[in-house]
Design a protein around this ligand. Structure first.
Ligand code: FEO
Length: 397
């Protein structure tokens, strides 16, 4: 528990820090996360979002330090994923089950499906407003950012955007605002974008354009995870603009797994080839790097090389895991090449190329296969593949 923080006059951050979580549905959260929720006091008291079910008592305790939870009049649910909606039943039980829950059309459907019960849903969408005395809440549909139900709530008088998952970071610490933590937060925001939102980059671009057209004054962005952007909200907006453009960077990520060090030797030779062209390179052994960290490096890379030994006529299981994960997040505008050692059948390179095709990556070479252990000539072929990747990338930039 932490003391609720007054983030603006009568507006409190009342959520919870999850210091211990290290795996957030497959995403490595080395520094935990937070489930942010916000209490807005006024003519009517409004709670924006809740927390994961297991933190429900802590949320209510935080609220109790400011007001009696029973005096909450309205709940706004910006997003129904369980890390933000899990405590809604507990909250509604406490404040009165007939009190209104403002959410999107899909939000109402999802909450009903999740909890198998009806609340007093008040369905809202883009352009709808809720005026409560001196405060006006506006709603903005952000469908598929990143769920069908997702929406933003904007508080005009204070120019605060409650942005649900968008602009968040999985970070639990003793800092609560961008000005307190500085640039240290950006790698967390980048990782969050790469692993949660990359898939929806065209929608992010469209949303940023819509918001720009609306000319919204934004003094603070309050996401549902991590620190709040009060000092320089435009910094994270600009970062989202950059990341969602998916422009290739001058970087090659070499991803591999190895059985008996042969594919590892090939990976190192490719890495040297890339380096010889003065292009940045990251060598990532899938046994040593979590899939979500690999994905973060892929975000701003212009090329990937993926290597796998052939095992049982297929690719290595850990490589299959990473490829499935990367494929689902749909990175674009990258060139690719495959490599790997084999004993007798050697299907891995073919399978990886098929994956690249499905991902619509630009395969610049049929790939390098080596039987058993690479000799000097094989390693030279790998070095040359690295050179080719780097040169092709430089021509593209
Ligand atoms: Fe933080 Fe989509 O939930």
């Amino acid at each position: 528990m932490y003391k609720p923080i007054e983030i603006a006059d009568g507006i409190y951050s009342v959520g919870c820090r999850d210091w211990d979580i290290r795996d957030f549905h497959g995403y490595s959260t080395y520094e935990g996360t937070t489930y942010n929720a916000f209490l807005v006091l006024g003519e009517k008291n409004v709670l924006i979002d809740t927390v994961k079910e297991s933190f429900g008592d802590e949320l209510l305790a935080n609220i109790s330090r400011i007001i009696d939870p029973k005096s909450i009049d309205i709940v706004i649910s910006n997003h129904t994923e369980m890390d933000h909606s899990g405590a809604i039943p507990k909250v509604m039980h406490k404040i009165g089950k007939d009190k209104p829950v403002y959410c999107s059309k899909m939000g109402a459907k999802n909450l009903k499906s999740h909890f198998n019960r009806d609340f007093n849903f008040q369905v809202v969408g883009t352009g709808d407003t809720l005026s409560l005395g001196s405060r006006t809440f506006s709603f903005l549909d952000t469908r598929m950012l990143h769920w069908p139900d997702s929406m933003f709530t904007y508080l005009a008088e204070e120019a605060i955007l409650f942005s649900s998952d968008a602009f968040g970071q999985h970070y639990a610490g003793d800092k609560f605002f961008d000005d307190e933590i500085g640039d240290e937060i950006m790698p967390h925001a980048r990782k969050y974008y790469a692993n949660i939102l990359l898939h929806f980059s065209p929608r992010v671009q469209a949303l940023l354009k819509d918001v720009a057209k609306m000319n919204l004054k934004i003094d603070m962005i309050c996401p549902d995870h991590g620190i709040l952007w009060r000092d320089n909200p435009s910094k994270i907006i600009e970062a989202y603009d950059t990341w969602s453009r998916q422009e290739p960077g001058r970087k090659v990520v070499v991803i591999f797994d190895s059985m008996w060090e042969s594919t590892a030797k090939m990976a190192r030779a490719i890495t040297s080839g890339v380096e010889s062209q003065e292009v940045n390179v990251r060598l990532m052994n899938t046994r040593k790097w979590h899939r979500s960290d690999i994905m973060t490096e892929v975000l701003d890379a212009g090329a990937i090389a993926v290597g796998s030994p052939t095992l049982n006529n297929s690719i290595y299981p850990v490589i299959a895991d990473v490829m499935t994960y990367i494929k689902g997040l749909r990175p674009q505008n990258k060139i690719a090449a495959a490599f790997g050692s084999y004993g007798w059948s050697g299907e891995a390179v073919k399978i990886l190329n098929k994956d690249f095709e499905e991902m619509k990556l630009d395969i610049i070479d049929p790939g390098v296969k080596v039987q058993y252990v690479p000799d000097e000539a094989d390693l030279e072929r790998c070095f040359n593949l690295g050179v080719k990747l780097a040169k092709t990338l430089k021509e593209k930039l």
